[in-house]
Every structure is written in C-alpha cells, then in structure tokens.
Design a protein around this ligand. Structure first.
Ligand SMILES: [Zn+2]
Length: 224
C-alpha cells in the first residue's frame, strides 16, 4: 500500500462505508414510519408528475432494494418493490426524489443535461484511467500516466456534477411533498433525514474519486 492510498483513499473509503450504512439504517427506520396521508408511493409519484405537467412519464416497478431511478431516455420512473406500494415516509421521499429528476429533465435543468451528456464519455474515461495510469507507471511512461490522470480527473468532475443534481432533486422532492399535502407538519423532518442520508452517499462517491485522483497524482510525482 502506497502512502497516497493511506492518506487519500482509505479515509474516503471509510466515509463511503459509513454513508452506505447510514442510508440503509435510515431506510430501515423510515420505511416503518407510515405517512399520515397514507397514499402508496406510486400514487404519490403519479400525482406529483401530473401536478408538474409530466403525466406522460410512466411509472414501473423495479426489482432489487433501493434501485429506484428515473430513466431520461425512455422517460420511465422506476420504483423498487419495497417503495412502490409503501406509504412509508422513506418510500414517499425516494419516489418524490425520482420525480424531482423527472422534473429536472422536463425543465431542462442544466447540471442534469450536462451530466447526462457526459455519461458515455465518463464511462469510457473512468474505465480506462486506472489501467492506462498503471501501464504508464510500470513502463515509466510519463505520457501514459498523464493521460490516465487526465481521464481520472474527468471522472472526478463527473462525480462532482452529480452533487448539485442530487441535492436539487431532493429539494424539489420535499417542496412537492409539502405543497401537495402528502407529507405534513413533523413528517418533513424524517423525509429530509432520509434524503440527506441518500445525498451523503453521492458526497462519499465524489470523495472516493477525488481521493483516488490525489493518490495517483502523488504516485506520478514520485515516478519522475
Ligand atoms: Zn437521485
């Protein structure tokens, strides 16, 4: 293990594990806390979509736990089975967050548009970055190491753009739930907690990417 790994990657990794644990425990707690309005998440999502003028966005059931997402290509909002029929505070928060992404897409929210445009490039560069860097490292090719670093920097920026997109979707979610009355009074606090816990996993992913970049940068400096 190199020093950069211990200084930059390991703390970010521990933070990511902690964030993962927190989102799971928040989900467990708040999926047993039922909203007073008592509407299941798919009904709430359909209603919020309608209020936002997005009645053409379809809602489907997705397999797996916490696999909820909005697919901008097919304009489908997929809710995991645990969320779909549930009227829990966790389910409503998650469903409304995904509606938030659909609204971002509908209004052409710039960070989302940039993020979606970057997906194909980011997938390629983030897969190629580490192999390129280490081939360069072994063969002592400064050029390959620099290309690897540049590609990895792209992955860090991509992760960074995810943050405003996620925070904005959660902000929209809470607003929509409150104005529509699906969440009332003191229920806003647990919904907010659930959404914050989820947002923290994106902060952790960004910290991981940044930590890895700094580690590679440090390795590069010592290889010259
Ligand atoms: Zn999201």
């Amino acid at each position: 293990m190199d020093a950069g790994y211990i200084i930059f990657v390991l703390p970010a990794f521990v933070f990511a594990l902690w964030a993962q644990g927190r989102v799971r425990s928040s989900y467990e707690t708040y999926s047993r806390l039922y909203s007073k309005a008592g509407q299941p998440a798919y009904i709430v999502a359909a209603s919020l979509l309608r209020e936002a003028g997005l009645e053409d966005v379809r809602i489907e059931r997705a397999s797996g736990q916490l696999t909820d997402h909005y697919d901008p290509r097919s304009r489908v909002l997929r809710l995991s089975s645990g969320v779909y029929d549930s009227s829990s505070v966790a389910a409503l928060g998650i469903a409304a967050h995904e509606v938030g992404h659909a609204v971002q897409h509908g209004v052409g929210y710039a960070p989302l548009a940039i993020r979606n445009g970057l997906v194909p490039v980011a997938q390629f560069t983030s897969n190629a970055a580490i192999p390129l860097f280490f081939i360069g490292f072994i063969t002592r090719s400064g050029f390959l190491m620099d290309v690897g670093l540049l590609f990895f920097l792209g992955a860090v920026i991509f992760q960074g753009i995810t943050l405003p997109v996620e925070f904005d979707a959660s902000k929209r979610a809470l607003n929509m739930l409150e104005t529509s009355g699906f969440v009332s009074g003191d229920e806003s606090v647990p919904v907010g907690n659930m959404l914050n816990a989820a947002a923290l996993t994106y902060v952790a992913a960004t910290a991981m990417a940044l930590g890895q970049f700094l580690r590679l940068f440090m390795l590069r400096g010592r290889r010259d």
